[in-house]
Structure formats: structure tokens, C-alpha cells
Write a protein that binds this ligand. Structure first.
Ligand SMILES: CC(=O)[C@@H](O)[C@H](O)COP(=O)(O)O
Ligand SMILES: NCC(=O)COP(=O)(O)O
Length: 242
């Protein structure tokens, strides 16, 4: 059994492109839940390029599964998270000029902040995950900072063009997942996963949950969101069953 978190940011991206009221990320979350999503993931970026503050508040009231709120380590985002009280917060790095989250959070470079944000959120009863590269030094430092959940950034694996490069990235992810699980951490993964590359990641036994957005919302254009979520979940379960 492996869990699917559906990231609905990309529904909001489409809405923001025109400044309309549709398509609604809230409606998307409800459809995704009906289709079998185990949680809903959303990223309130500092520049509000997709998800808006009002989306987070509305989503909190209607979803029936779990909310996984991705956020940068800023005082504004911390106040938001404490007010909304999602089940999970995933601490992510953010660069204003990036197209998407380019890498994991540098826990070694921001150790004091990671400790502070992790402790404050955990004291409020929110489970904290760190979005991190598949790197043992970063994982050890996240553990030392008090985090007991990580999400491995799978972007380098997803973006690899050549088979050898993809295999090397997959090996890194496998090794990182085993290492974190040995420390007793919950291991999640995500970023850039799609219908063609998800199976080898879903087959990693230590991985509990995958967060997937862009590919599912893209596929929904052709087959509808319900089908797109069901198909992704089926692929993940097939991979896990071997
Ligand atoms: C942290 C992360 O990986 C997600 O937030 C996801 O990639 C979708 O959001 P962006 O498109 O804003 O990066
Ligand atoms: N944390 C990764 C995530 O939520 C989904 O990323 P993507 O599938 O939109 O690249």
C-alpha cells in the first residue's frame, strides 16, 4: 500500500493565468479525493503565483482526507500554517525566479531555521516533513533538527534524459530512502513524477507516499481528473505489488 497525495497547485495556475474564478482547486481536490487521493497537497508560494490564501482556508474546511501544506520558511508562512492547522506541513525552498522547485531544502545551510520551524509547527500538533534531496548528510541533519518525515525530491530522476543518468538517480533515491527508514523516518517522495516514470519510485518499499501534481492535472485535460487520479494510483499499486 502506497499513498497518493494529489497536488492541485496546477489547477490554480490555470485559473491565475486569466484571473478568472475557474477552474477551482477546491473542486479539483474534492474530485481527487473521490477518485482515491489519500491526501491533498498544495503549495502557498510567497509570490502567490497559483494557490491563494483564500484557497488554503476554503480547502481546509472541505477536504475529507489530509491537507499537506507546502511552504517556505518565512514568518508569514508560519503564521498562516498555525492559523490554518493542516495535518502536515512540508518545508520547501523557494526562489522567486524559478519555474518550479528546483531542489531540496538545504538543511545544513539553514539548520537553525529548520529547527525553529519544525519545533514550532510540531508543538502546534502539525506533522512536519522536509522536502530534501536524496543525500545522506541532508537527511541526517533533518533528523537532528527534529523532523521525522522527509519528502525526497525526485526532480533529478524525472528530468534525467539518458538511461544511465536516470538509473544513477534512482539508485540515489533508493539508498536515501533506506537510510532514512533506518533512522526511523517516514519517507515520502515527489516532484516531476508522471505516468511513465512513477513505477520504479513507487516500487521502493520504504516510501510511504508520493505527491504528484503536474502530470495528473495535465492528463486530466484528456481523460478527466477522476480518471487521471485513478490511473496514477493503479500504476503505483501495481509497482508496489511487484
Ligand atoms: C514543492 C513542490 O515540488 C511542489 O510545490 C510542486 O512542484 C508544485 O509547485 P510549483 O509548480 O510551484 O513548483
Ligand atoms: N512535492 C511535490 C509535489 O507536490 C508535486 O510535484 P509535481 O508533480 O507537480 O512536480
Amino acid at each position: 500500500m502506497i499513498l497518493l497525495g494529489v497536488n492541485i497547485d496546477h489547477v490554480a495556475t490555470l485559473r491565475q493565468a486569466r484571473g478568472t474564478r475557474y477552474p477551482s482547486p477546491i473542486e479539483a481536490a474534492l474530485v481527487a479525493e473521490t477518485a482515491g487521493a489519500d491526501l491533498i497537497t498544495l503549495h502557498l508560494r510567497e509570490d502567490r503565483r497559483h494557490i491563494q490564501d483564500a484557497d488554503v482556508v476554503a480547502m481546509r474546511q472541505v477536504i475529507k482526507t489530509r491537507m499537506n501544506l507546502e511552504m517556505a520558511m518565512t514568518p508569514e508562512m508560519l503564521a498562516n500554517a498555525l492559523a490554518v492547522a493542516p495535518e502536515d506541513v512540508c518545508l520547501v525552498p523557494e526562489k522567486r525566479e524559478e519555474v518550479t522547485t528546483e531542489g531540496g531544502l538545504d538543511v545544513l545551510g539553514h539548520y537553525a531555521d529548520v529547527c525553529h520551524y519544525t519545533e514550532t509547527l510540531q508543538q502546534a500538533g502539525i506533522r512536519v516533513s522536509i522536502f530534501i534531496d536524496p543525500d545522506r548528510a541532508q537527511i541526517s541533519k533533518a533528523y537532528e533538527a527534529g523532523a521525522r518525515v522527509i519528502e525526497l525530491h525526485t526532480g533529478a530522476y524525472a528530468d534525467a534524459i539518458h538511461a544511465a543518468e536516470r538509473e544513477a538517480e534512482l539508485a540515489r533515491i533508493r539508498g536515501a530512502a533506506a537510510f532514512a527508514a533506518e533512522l526511523g523516518m517516514v519517507v515520502n517522495a515527489g516532484h516531476g513524477l508522471n505516468y511513465h516514470n512513477v513505477k520504479p519510485i513507487a516500487a521502493i518499499p520504504q516510501i510511504t507516499e508520493l505527491n504528484i501534481g503536474h502530470a495528473i492535472i495535465g492528463q486530466a485535460v484528456f481523460v478527466g481528473l477522476d480518471r487521471a487520479v485513478r490511473d496514477m494510483k493503479a500504476l503505483m499499486q501495481q509497482a508496489r505489488q511487484g
